[in-house]
Design a protein around this ligand. Structure first.
Ligand SMILES: [Zn+2]
Length: 356
């Protein structure tokens, strides 16, 4: 909803103007609030940092677009159009007004700024590389004969040019070296901006996002992998001083990994499924590790959708039961609890079959 509707609204403006930081911040606040509390006025906890949610799904985020980068990548399209447009009036107007000094070879400053003394001496200041280079080498013309003291600078200049060894006679062409396509796309520019400074970690993103389950369960699984679901443990971290106790077994503190993995009630659900496949499964210590190994251990790495979604349904059943006990004071017995999980699972398996 956020990516397809809320982002689409300002897209036109953002592809024409660079939005002020204040406007971007305001839009981000609206989107953030909408994500966590929908249309309700009641304030709800933001369980993960918005910056983390902006990260691509493949490397640990939710893939919600960062407005600033979206704006920048849309604007970059004009640079690409400017560079690739030929014989167009708007390009000529802009080139005339602002000049066109290429940063050829040097990515930071044009050669005219790096060697201003030689640039002043140059007879053909607007010449292109192709006009000054041929098979024999550089064909430079200066306004006057060079003095001894100019020679060092010339040597330095030629050494700079020599670093670039792939000159050929072919017509120049523009290449976008981000991504594999070779030409500019807003998406590739966005992905590039959005991954700067982010460490790539091995993250079980396919088990979180590439499963055919309702989106709210996808998001819930993501929060679990981040260990950010509002259990007593996490409420305590937020300053609520609660006596932490698991709602299911009432024996241990309520941590994410206890409630969803190691609690004796939850263990029964895990066993129910591993017994079906007759596998001996060594349960890992943390949710993220379960996501990494569940499909490999029980499904031999196959793409069988029914198995991939089991873990998410166990967690969802546990969470529903936990909340029923916490907020409504009602509890199912263990048989009912297992039946709830199976019913939910088979209902969604049917959806998977119908969809495919
Ligand atoms: Zn427990």
């Amino acid at each position: 909803m956020i990516n397809s509707v809320l982002d689409a609204l300002p897209t036109y403006m953002m592809s024409v103007f660079l939005a002020p930081a204040g406007v971007i911040n305001r839009i981000e606040v609206l989107r953030r609030t909408f994500f966590w509390q929908g249309n309700e006025d009641k304030r709800k906890y933001h369980l993960a940092k918005w910056e983390e949610m902006n990260i691509s799904k493949k490397i640990g985020g939710v893939g919600i677009r960062n407005m600033k980068f979206q704006n920048q990548s849309l604007m970059m399209k004009w640079l690409w159009k400017f560079a690739s447009a030929e014989n167009s009036l708007w390009k000529e107007v802009i080139a005339e007004k602002y000049g066109m000094r290429d940063k050829w070879m040097t990515t930071k400053v044009p050669l005219s700024q790096r060697f201003p003394d030689l640039y002043d001496l140059c007879q053909m200041q607007q010449a292109t590389v192709a006009e000054l280079w041929n098979d024999q080498g550089w064909n430079l013309h200066f306004r006057r004969n060079l003095n001894d003291w100019d020679m060092c600078r010339i040597a330095e200049f030629l050494a700079t040019l020599a670093q670039f060894s792939n000159l050929s006679e072919e017509e120049d062409s523009l290449v976008w070296n981000v991504g594999s396509k070779g030409y500019f796309t807003v998406n590739s520019a966005y992905e590039d901006l959005n991954t700067v400074g982010i460490e790539e970690v091995e993250w079980p993103w396919k088990m979180i996002w590439k499963t055919k389950i309702p989106y709210k369960v996808n998001c819930f699984t993501w929060l679990l992998a981040k260990e950010a679901v509002l259990t007593h443990e996490n409420l305590n971290k937020r300053g609520f001083h609660l006596c932490s106790r698991c709602f299911l077994c009432e024996e241990q503190g309520e941590t994410v990994n206890h409630l969803f993995l190691h609690c004796k009630w939850t263990t029964q659900l895990w066993q129910m499924f591993t017994n079906m496949r007759e596998i001996k499964w060594v349960k890992p210590g943390r949710i993220k590790q379960v996501l990494k190994c569940w499909n490999r251990d029980g499904n031999a790495g196959r793409k069988e959708e029914r198995w991939k979604i089991v873990s998410s349904y166990i967690w969802w059943t546990v969470w529903l039961e936990r909340n029923q006990r916490c907020y409504e004071g009602e509890q199912s017995n263990i048989q009912r609890f297992k039946l709830n999980c199976l019913a939910l699972y088979y209902f969604w398996c049917k959806q998977v079959v119908l969809d495919s």
